[in-house]
Ligand binder design. Structure first.
Ligand SMILES: [Ca+2]
Ligand SMILES: [Ca+2]
Ligand SMILES: [Ca+2]
Ligand SMILES: [Ca+2]
Length: 327
């Protein structure tokens, strides 16, 4: 393990290539006039979008929340602003490949929490999944790139539960709900859905998490077409072990994932290098740095095991914030 950790420390590259592009963000008005090319979507409407890929190049992108400087990300003022940073692997993607390199996503009322992103209506574009923890309402914002093109309410979540993540757990390619209940031991439930509507007999239990562990990401690590749970103790700023729970018909089979190094937290999973295997997204305890750990199922791929992703800067009076679970 020591050898692996040392290699990780040495394998990092330049943290961000297009930081200067990020500095050009000034106002929502200027940003919302930006144009972009969508290469997926209407051209191939039967292709389900890759998770977190807003410009159709197959690479996951970052979505950042923009709380006011000095404000708490948890007590944001309405409306919620968010920006999409286009990435290619671990680097910001700028002109001419990605032009603009950055754009605003849809605003929504501060009562909503952005839970996750997935292509709920199978139009080739990932959509925003919103949840109101007060009223327990759910809603999908249908997106094309960063533009909101519609919305659809979903089912209300039962008292005591919350919408935690989304993923496909029955292999029909339609995103399903993962609900959690309790603390510090979380029960989970999986609701099979079809375009944000429940399907008959779709509600059922999921695995109950281990005491003190959190469900931080959902991705298909063993490539069986069913998304899997990724567990980590988010309260632990000194890193710590991770677990992957392969989901099989609402049950799980456990494997150990790589151990997160001190000063970092596991915040999400997606296939950043497009090799078909989900990777870990780590965020530093301060929230300012990101790193990607490249995996093949639950093991590191051959070196480089790890690269820094773009830093999360404060900028033009705003603080960027990569949400927990990195929707
Ligand atoms: Ca969509
Ligand atoms: Ca499904
Ligand atoms: Ca799987
Ligand atoms: Ca990968």
């Amino acid at each position: 393990m020591k050898q692996i950790l040392l290699t990780i420390a040495l394998a990092v590259l330049a943290p961000f290539a297009y930081a200067q592009v990020a500095e050009t963000i000034t106002t929502a008005t200027a940003e919302s006039r930006g144009t972009m090319t969508i290469t997926n979507g209407n051209d191939s409407p039967r292709t389900v979008a890759s998770r977190y890929d807003f410009n159709g190049d197959g690479y996951p992108d970052f979505v950042l929340i923009k709380p006011i400087r000095g404000g708490s990300p948890l007590v944001d003022l309405p409306p919620i602003k968010n920006v999409i940073w286009y990435l290619r692997d671990n680097l910001r993607c700028g002109p001419p490949t990605c032009n603009p390199s950055t754009r605003f996503g849809p605003e929504f009322e501060s009562k909503w929490a952005l839970i996750d992103e997935a292509d709920f209506n199978h139009d080739g574009h990932p959509d925003f999944v919103l949840f109101d923890p007060e009223t327990l309402e759910t809603k999908i914002l249908y997106m094309r790139g960063g533009d909101r093109v519609g919305s659809r309410p979903g089912p209300r979540i039962p008292n005591g539960w919350r919408l935690q993540k989304v993923g496909d757990f029955n292999g029909d390619a339609w995103p399903d709900y993962v609900l959690t209940n309790g603390s510090p031991t979380y029960r989970t439930a999986i609701w099979y859905m079809h375009d944000n509507q429940e399907i008959p007999q779709g509600r059922g239990p999921g695995p109950t998490l281990i005491l003190g562990w959190d469900l931080v990401a959902v991705a298909d690590f063993d490539a069986d077409g069913i998304d899997d749970y990724v567990l980590f103790r988010t309260s632990n700023s000194q890193g710590g072990p991770t677990k992957i729970w392969y989901i099989r018909n609402r049950q799980h089979v456990e494997a150990n994932g790589p151990t997160i190094v001190a000063g970092w937290r596991l915040r999400g999973a997606a296939d950043f290098n497009k090799d078909g295997h989900p990777d870990y997204l780590l965020v530093s305890t301060s929230g300012a740095r990101t790193a990607i750990w490249y995996l093949d199922n639950n093991q590191f791929i051959p070196p480089p095991y790890s690269r820094f992703g773009p830093d999360i800067p404060s900028n033009n009076g705003w603080l960027y914030w990569l949400p927990s679970g990195w929707p």
